[in-house]
Write a protein that binds this ligand. Sequence first.
Ligand code: SF4
Length: 366
Amino acid sequence: MHSKLTKKDILRILNAADSEIIDYMSQTSKYRENNLITYSKNVFIPLTEICRNDCGYCNFKKNPDDPEAIILKTKEEVLESLKEAEQYGCKEALFTFGENADEEEVVQHKLAEYGYEEMIDYITDICQMTLNETSLLPHTNGGNFTFDELTKLKEVNASLGLMLENSSDRLMKLPAHNKSPGKDPKLRLETIANAGKLKIPYTTGILIGIGETKEEIAESLIAIKELYEEYEHIQEVIIQNFTPIPGIEMENWAEPTFLDMVRTVIAATLLFADTDVSIQVPPNLNNETAQIFLLCGADDWGGVSPVSPDYVNITSPWPGIDELKRLTQDAGFELKERLCIYEKYINTEWLNGNLLEKVSNLSPHQ
Ligand code: SF4
């Protein structure tokens, strides 16, 4: 197996069975440059739980009339969470929230109450406050943004993220995405490409088990690789598994099998083997099995928070950092903290002077 995989090669991996799977798994180790497995110590702050989409697997979005819903956090609330996170040594402020929440009147009213006309100005101010008043680095993941919005976000974020989920239009007809205009793959690929044009270090990935075919998984990974080849801004690719949770529309859908995850992580690893893009598997969605993915080439656990839950997967608590270290070492690797921006992007080509200084002052340690 050479590192420049074709779609046919990827499909062969995704359809592998029996000892073939073990053979592919062992090939991934050839491409490891070191024995480090990274993670970012973060705080997850959901700025709003309102979202214009309605994904069949969503466990995050709340209705605007739900009295429990976060409509829009105040700056004070955000700052309080950030200060607490600082005490725990967190270095990434992960702002994840629903897409185009300001399509809802309740959110518009809150924005006006806080003195904003546009959602993007509120988000940008929150990120700027994070930079001014804390040592944390903002990483925003709030759905699609226009080129102009990304231009604003770039100035106040160390990196940004958006899951591609899948590149197939067909999923727009399935429960996963049939009520989610923001999950249109054309739109998402455009957002990721615009981030590349703007030289924004970027995180993306795919969600498996939402009704896609193996062919569509292969095409999605190739689409991400092509974006990387054009702009070199993709620092990591997340391979996330759908997890059915009671109460969601897709609660009765089957989870992807463990081997589906294994095959997909191997395929992603071998596809990106000729790059320095990391392959990430969230440890909290794979409690019992996370270690195996390290043997399939995954080299990053993603954001792990000692202080906040994973609001997007609220029933799946993150392991503690000590537990993560134990799991990593037990598999033969070493756990290493990283920033939300990977080292190769820490320079003037990718960051403005203010961000560069801020990032350079943070040194993650084990
Ligand atoms: S999964 Fe994300 S985009 Fe989809 S409805 Fe939930 S919050 Fe919105």
